[in-house]
Design a protein around this ligand. Structure first.
Ligand code: 3HC
Length: 311
């Protein structure tokens, strides 16, 4: 009797049984996971660049150490996720080539410049905060390697978010210049952070299937709304003004209503025309080229060692 692989797959998804690399899976399931996991990995690696901009400029040795640890964590998250993508049959070099050629997407948020030290705290608080909201549900994604990678990533993201917020509490209690720097960073990062969650649900081409396959557990708009509801009280504690005149609390729904996102800006950044897209992709391509000698040395060492072992 012909084994119905599709039925076995569907039952596993239905019964919350993880799909593992060696399991049969629909091509479209494999394809959307390669798409999302590789873009997620690229986001982590590109995300190191705006933050690294302040490692040599951190205001104290302690802040420098924390920022160094965070940037190293992001590198680890990226490598975790590239490995998860490889379990689906894509090679690392092909995935990297897609990024270096400008073909691959990565999170729009990392195409904005980090102009002041307050930007680093805002990234920790808002951007990593948004990433946590998006990544915690991914710990229950139906694809095993992706879900398991997220468990470790989320633990480290929580540290990133707390350290960012703590640095902003210091600025919020500081001099008028520090408070002004903080508000300026909020004004520049608030809306791009809302864009991180993706287009509106009705414009989200992948959500239906992604939710059917239990990769995506909550819609883009649901997570965006949750993010706004959580962030407003935190912003108020910092004495910040939210750069959204339409923001208002709705007692009935128990949620904040907020203004319209500039979707033209969003799609322009996604399509590569943001402030820093070219600079980010160039930096990654240069790093890859300048790092070729490390890969060559590791390969030569490996060949020499395996030759010696086989003598
Ligand atoms: N930036 C760039 N592209 C985006 C985007 C964004 N913020 N939001 C959506 N898009 C793209 C999608 O990739 C998709 O294009 P594609 O079909 O060519 O991939 C298109 O816009 C339509 O969006 P959809 O809603 O249909 O796409 P998804 O269902 O994939 O949802 C997502 C988008 C919620 C970002 C989802 O891909 C996801 O959860 N990805 C994994 C998590 C992730 O990448 N988080 C953000 C970056 S990680 C991070 O912040 C690191 C932290 O340590 C700082």
């Amino acid at each position: 009797k012909e084994i119905d692989f599709q039925q076995i797959f569907d039952e596993k998804i239905e019964n919350e049984v993880r799909i593992e690399p060696k399991d049969w899976m629909p091509d479209a399931y494999r394809k959307t996971l390669i798409r999302q996991i590789s873009q997620h990995a690229h986001s982590e690696i590109v995300g190191m660049l705006p933050e690294a901009n302040w490692i040599t400029r951190a205001p104290s040795l302690n802040r420098k150490k924390i920022l160094l640890a965070k940037v190293q964590d992001e590198a680890g998250h990226g490598l975790y996720l590239y490995c998860a993508a490889e379990t689906l049959g894509v090679s690392r070099i092909q995935t990297l080539n897609d990024l270096h050629s400008g073909k691959a997407k990565y999170s729009s948020i990392f195409n904005y410049p980090t102009l002041t030290w307050a930007d680093i705290g805002i990234i920790g608080w808002l951007v990593d905060g948004a990433a946590i909201l998006n990544q915690v549900p991914l710990c229950r994604a139906s694809y095993g390697p992706y879900a398991r990678a997220m468990v470790r990533v989320c633990k480290e993201e929580s540290f990133h978010q707390r350290q960012g917020y703590e640095s902003l509490v210091v600025l919020s209690k500081g001099s008028p210049e520090q408070k002004e720097m903080l508000q300026d960073a909020m004004n520049r990062w608030w809306w791009p952070t809302l864009m991180m969650f993706g287009p509106k649900d009705e414009e989200s081409s992948n959500s239906d299937m992604s939710m059917k396959w239990r990769i995506k557990r909550f819609s883009n708009d649901e997570l965006r709304q949750r993010f706004v509801d959580i962030s407003i009280p935190q912003a108020e504690y910092l004495g910040l003004t939210i750069p959204d005149p339409d923001l208002k609390w709705n007692e009935e729904t128990g949620h904040y209503e907020f203004g319209e996102i500039d979707w033209e800006e969003f799609w322009a950044v996604v399509k590569g025309n943001g402030k820093c897209n070219k600079q980010r992709v160039d930096a990654r391509r240069n790093a890859h080229e300048e790092g070729a000698w490390v890969r060559d040395a590791a390969t030569a060492y490996h060949e020499k060692r395996s030759k010696r072992e086989n003598e």
